[in-house]
Design a protein around this ligand. Structure first.
Ligand code: AVJ
Length: 321
């Protein structure tokens, strides 16, 4: 007999706050304008990201999935009994769902800044797994990761798939990994994380500048999100999508580039952009496996295992706290 336990939601992220507007204003008014990549994820942005994962050029999702499928037994054996499966940047919860059969978590804890999208995903998941204990967190864990009391504290497994860690610089990633290690607790916690690897520039850039222009839509949709959050007047026609690889920093960058001189206004502010000027919207760092293992080590993780694909395009790591 399965007992139907309704999911619990804890929403701590609210985009309509002064702090969020201040964070955006600071970036937009900087000499080299930038917006944190987390603002790519409003409801439409989360949907467009889902579409990106299906694109022929976007290899990370399917490569990671293939690694997880091929080494499913080994991974499950290493991970052992799972209490809470804590899914950082859960999105549609589909990646975590694939682990349920083998890992049998006693509790599922999806965390995402795209709060409305997460609610929908959790409602669907609950319908499919009525007995599963779900604690959903609408949280911006880029500041601090805080888990409510009802998250089980034995055998925690943090799941950070898809190379989302690549949105952080290596220094920031170290801070994030330290935070995750702390949150693993003292009772057999561990981390399962996917990391995209350094490869030829053409493959990398095409993954972020696809022929169908879904990634362009994903990037430009950020402007619609900013219009809502800031009450700004960005016009889509003024901005084009740009993706490039900075080999020295080992990162793909996404920018929005002004087609012509343009002034953008929102209450209390205006910002002039010259023709060709850009707003930097995302970094996606690419790692060599040894470098990423060193980062895990520096963050205090130990007993590190690593799996990859035949081409060496993507890596999955498991490490104990
Ligand atoms: C979700 C951050 C892993 O960097 O590849 C996809 C986001 N940006 N296409 C990535 C993204 C453009 C993605 N992450």
């Amino acid at each position: 007999e399965t007992v139907d336990t309704a999911p619990r939601y804890y929403q701590t992220f609210h985009p309509d706050t002064h702090a969020v507007r201040a964070e955006l204003e600071q970036g937009l008014c900087a000499p080299n304008a930038w917006v944190p990549p987390k603002f790519l994820y409003d409801p439409l942005g989360s949907c467009l990201f889902g579409a990106i994962t299906q694109l022929p050029e976007y290899y990370p999702t399917r490569t990671e999935q293939a690694i997880m499928a091929r080494y499913a037994d080994e991974i499950a054996q290493r991970v052992g009994g799972v209490g809470a499966l804590i899914d950082l940047g859960a999105g549609d919860c589909v990646k975590a769902e694939r682990l349920f059969g083998r890992l049998c978590p006693r509790q599922y804890v999806p965390v995402d800044i795209s709060t409305e999208y997460l609610r929908g995903a959790v409602a669907r998941l609950h319908a499919g797994y009525p007995g599963l204990d779900i604690v959903a967190l609408g949280q911006d864990f880029s500041h601090t990761l805080s888990l409510p009391e009802d998250v089980l504290d034995d055998g925690r497994l943090f799941f950070y798939p898809g190379s989302s860690i690549g949105n952080w610089s290596p220094e920031q990633a170290l801070g994030m990994l330290r935070q995750v290690r702390e949150a693993c607790g003292e009772r057999g916690g561990s981390l399962l994380i996917g990391v995209d690897r350094v490869k030829d520039e053409r493959t990398l850039v095409r993954a972020y500048d696809d022929a169908l222009q879904v990634t362009a839509a994903f990037n430009r949709n950020l402007l619609l999100h900013l219009n809502r959050v800031l009450r700004a007047d960005f016009a889509l026609a003024d901005w084009r999508h740009l993706a490039c690889f900075d080999a020295a920093r080992s990162r793909v960058e996404m920018h929005l580039q002004a087609n012509a001189p343009v002034t953008v206004n929102w209450p209390g502010h205006s910002r002039e952009f010259s023709a060709g000027e850009t707003i930097h919207t995302e970094c996606s760092y690419k790692y060599e496996p040894t470098d990423f293992a060193a980062l895990l080590d520096a963050a205090g993780f130990n007993d590190i295992a690593h799996w990859t694909d035949a081409q060496g395009w993507f890596s999955v790591f498991h490490a104990r706290a």
